[in-house]
Design a protein around this ligand. Structure first.
Ligand SMILES: NC(=O)C1=CN([C@@H]2O[C@H](COP(=O)(O)OP(=O)(O)OC[C@H]3O[C@@H](n4cnc5c(N)ncnc54)[C@H](O)[C@@H]3O)[C@@H](O)[C@H]2O)C=CC1
Ligand SMILES: O=C(O)CCC(=O)C(=O)O
Length: 303
């Protein structure tokens, strides 16, 4: 029997479907020392972001040679040593399309939050305070939204922001302006200068510790709003907090952290940050689509 480890959970309907199709599924999260042993017993490991598939774990799996497929139930594969796994004959797949709308909606939700202090008002009202005079916000309508990265998620954000009356500009790695693109391609420098809101939608950098630090923040408009639902570490957390403290950045929204769960008290207690614990893809719909993609990947792989 082909055995699958769902190391960070999997949609119940996907587990049922796979079991009914004759696969053995273990839905269990193991911390690393135990996983080093357990991994040898599986043909497939499915992970989200919590479990890291690094070289030493792959080496353990190779001791029985059973592991053939690692699936990231999601987009970013930065928690997997993809090149190493593939060199050793272990295939790596992800589910790239399933969560774009969910992440885009979270980014837009965070923009409303920080434009209108919703995250802060929720906290102070629960403390019995009526801080109406502190909470004058701004409209999103008419503001320029700069998207860094213009792939699947950013395009979903762009459509929604456009419908809200925002002007959308974007930059990406290729610098290529797609034909018939209704939004304006700009360089990173132009984006920093022009955007009122900046939202990140690109993978983690392999060659640098972060994309946006003190120097990059200085190039932005005074009072800019920053949203990161892409990857922790793309924005230097200390530089962000410093910029929030001195008002260079008005407010920020953060779904992803350098370390998860974050232990950076400065970040998770900052009143100018709207926070979510990496829930960009955590919707019923995205998880159902991810489950369906996982079923399809496994069945095709072992057909
Ligand atoms: N918060 C969450 O739960 C989730 C976060 N994500 C993150 O969102 C990211 C984007 O996802 P998709 O839009 O599906 O990816 P995608 O591959 O469709 O698009 C990525 C975009 O980033 C650009 N890019 C890559 N490196 C760059 C660089 N150094 N500078 C500027 N642009 C660069 C690419 O040109 C492309 O336009 C993922 O890599 C993942 O880290 C994805 C899903 C859920
Ligand atoms: O599994 C998750 O909830 C994280 C999603 C994510 O960050 C991704 O798909 O890249």
């Amino acid at each position: 029997m082909i055995r699958i480890l769902a190391a960070d959970g999997m949609e119940a309907s996907a587990i049922k479907n796979l079991e009914e199709s004759g696969f053995g599924v273990v839905n269990e999260h193991y911390e690393l020392p135990e996983l080093m042993e357990k991994i040898k017993e599986f043909d497939v490991v499915v992970v989200r972001s919590a479990t890291k598939i690094r070289e030493p774990l792959i080496d353990e799996a190779l001791k029985t040679g059973r592991l053939k497929l690692v699936i990231r139930g999601g987009v970013g594969v930065d928690n997997i040593d993809v090149k190493y796994a593939e060199e050793k004959g272990i295939s790596v797949r992800n589910t790239p399309n399933a969560s774009s709308a969910s992440v885009a909606e979270l980014a837009i939700g965070h923009m409303f939050n920080i434009a209108r202090h919703i995250h802060s008002a929720n906290v102070t009202m629960r403390e019995g305070k009526w801080n109406k005079k502190h909470y004058e916000g701004i409209e999103l309508s008419g503001k320029t939204l700069g998207l860094i990265g213009f792939g699947r998620i950013a395009k979903e954000v762009a459509k929604r922001a456009d419908a809200l009356g925002m002007k959308v500009i974007y930059t990406n790695r290729s610098g290529h302006k797609p034909e018939n693109d209704p939004f304006r391609y700009v360089t990173m420098e132009e984006l920093y200068k022009e955007a009122d809101f900046i939202s990140l939608h690109m993978p983690k950098l392999a060659d640098r510790p972060y994309l946006i630090g003190k120097e990059e923040i200085e190039k932005m408009k005074d009072g800019v709003y920053l949203v990161n639902t892409a990857r922790g570490g793309l924005i230097d957390e200390e530089a962000l907090c410093d910029a929030l403290d001195r008002g260079k950045v008005t407010a920020a929204a953060v779904d992803v952290f350098k370390e998860e769960p974050t232990k950076n008290e400065r970040i998770y207690t900052h009143e100018k940050i709207s926070l979510t614990p990496h829930t960009g893809a955590s919707t019923v719909e995205a998880q159902l689509r991810i489950g369906e993609e996982i079923i399809s990947i496994i069945k095709t792989f072992f057909a």
